[in-house]
Design a protein around this ligand. Structure first.
Ligand SMILES: Cc1cc2nc3c(=O)[nH]c(=O)nc-3n(C[C@H](O)[C@H](O)[C@H](O)COP(=O)(O)OP(=O)(O)OC[C@H]3O[C@@H](n4cnc5c(N)ncnc54)[C@H](O)[C@@H]3O)c2cc1C
Length: 397
């Protein structure tokens, strides 16, 4: 069997489904192939889904801010909920990073982010369980928050389908060949061949092996991140703003009404780079659980260390990292494009990345400035670096 399509999107995670939505909305004949049976069942499924504009790279701030606005109006635009909760997003630093936080917040404000500086006492008025003895200064983004990965990805997939996209699940790509005219012939696991004028790779942690089928060497390496969800006391139930603790290098967000998602912002915890993405240890080690409990008890009242039964669940996911921990949003010739290597930032960026990659595939001008995210920056030794490095969190912001 053979299929012909204008644009073939490979990978049915959040990036692929968002890209397919924007393509279908533009009227392009769109096909998406995903090896699994459901959309978003790999990295997207394990995402913290935190949405914020707090970055030290201005181009990324601009993209994240626009994406945040789209999450806020997602349900109306897509016609289905994404579970966005505008809980607010906060950052805590001590004296060592206070000037940096002032500078980065001024940059955010100059780009239109409604971020403001707060004293620790003022942040505690918003998060009464917060312990602030060691904090010198905070930043607060009232419009940040988090969404639901399964709701978001299935909403994009369903809307893309309604708009005419052909979404094929259980369809792994196994081979690719360049067509003589223009475009690609892509072979699926069942032997079917798809001829596509344009191909967009949204293959997350699988970008190295899939990219090689297209003659690309995409520098994407899986890095294992461990997440622990702790039980909160009754006095601390409900939604609270995401807290990024850049003193103890942890981030916390509400998980349901009684849970607290705890992740590490410690570079040392993220050195678990894996040779390949499949078959990794999806559990968590004793150290990650102990660290999460210690950091949570240090930052919040009622989360005392050693409290038995405090862990609701724990798991690992894979950040799809590039050498500078920033995405690759690029085109390789006229007919091949890639949106990969989001390095822990991908969920929040999906609405703008989807539109940008759809525009590339349709030969339209970039709707946003994505010019710094080329792959050639690595060979040219021009990695993207934060203009405002924090003392401890370093490149993770
Ligand atoms: C623990 C954790 C927490 C995170 N927290 C946040 C956060 O708070 N905020 C944020 O913005 N980002 C966060 N991220 C990052 C974000 O989740 C990812 O960047 C994003 O989900 C990547 O989406 P994707 O579609 O590129 O990749 P994926 O969801 O991995 O999708 C890639 C798809 O390609 C498919 N594929 C692979 N090989 C083939 C093949 N041969 N043929 C067809 N299909 C194939 C895979 O099956 C997969 O479904 C987090 C990530 C992790 C791991």
């Amino acid at each position: 069997m053979a299929t012909t399509t204008d644009v073939l999107v490979i990978g049915g995670g959040l990036m692929g489904c968002a890209t397919a939505y924007y393509l279908a909305k533009s009227g392009a004949k769109t096909t998406l192939v995903e090896r699994n049976l459901e959309p978003g069942s790999e990295t997207t499924a394990r995402s913290g889904a935190i949405i914020r504009a707090h970055y030290g790279v201005p181009a990324l701030v601009t993209l994240a801010l626009e994406a945040n606005k789209r999450y806020a109006r997602f349900d109306d635009e897509i016609g289905r909920p994404c579970g966005f909760v505008a809980s607010g997003y906060s950052v805590l630093v001590d004296d060592a990073d206070a000037q940096n936080l002032r500078d980065i917040t001024a940059m955010h404000q100059s780009l239109g982010v409604s971020a403001k500086l707060l004293t620790p006492t003022e942040l505690r008025e918003i998060v009464p369980s917060l312990k602030i003895e060691d904090a010198a200064l905070c930043a607060y983004e009232p419009e940040g928050g988090f969404a639901s990965p399964p709701l978001t990805v299935t909403a994009y997939a369903a809307r893309a389908k309604e708009l005419g996209a052909d979404l094929r699940f259980g369809s792994p790509v196994t081979a690719a060949a360049r067509l003589d005219g223009s475009g690609w012939q892509v072979t699926l696991g069942n032997g079917e061949v798809v001829s596509a004028g344009q191909v967009v790779l949204c293959t997350g942690n699988w970008s190295k092996p899939i990219g090689s089928l297209f003659g690309l060497d995409l520098p994407v390496t899986p890095a294992r991140a461990q997440i622990v969800v702790l039980e909160r006391p009754e006095a601390f139930a409900g939604v609270f703003p995401v807290v990024s603790d850049l003193i103890n290098l942890a981030y916390f967000r509400a998980d349901g009404s009684s849970g607290m998602w705890v992740g590490s912002s410690d570079n040392a915890d993220l050195q678990d780079y894996l040779p390949e993405p499949d078959g990794f240890d999806e559990g968590t080690g004793a150290k990650a659980v102990a660290d999460a409990r210690r950091k949570a008890s240090f930052r919040f009242e009622g989360m005392e260390e050693g409290d038995k039964g405090g862990v609701q669940r724990s798991f690992s996911g894979l950040y799809e990292t590039t050498p500078d921990w920033q995405p690759i949003l690029d085109s390789f010739g006229e007919t091949l494009h890639a949106a990969v290597g989001f390095s822990g930032h991908g969920f929040k960026l999906a609405p703008v990345v989807g539109e940008a990659m759809a525009a590339r595939a349709l030969g339209q001008p970039d709707p946003f400035d994505i010019s710094i995210f080329t792959q050639s920056r690595f060979a040219e030794e021009r990695p993207i670096r934060t203009c405002y490095p924090y003392q401890r969190a370093k490149f993770l912001r």
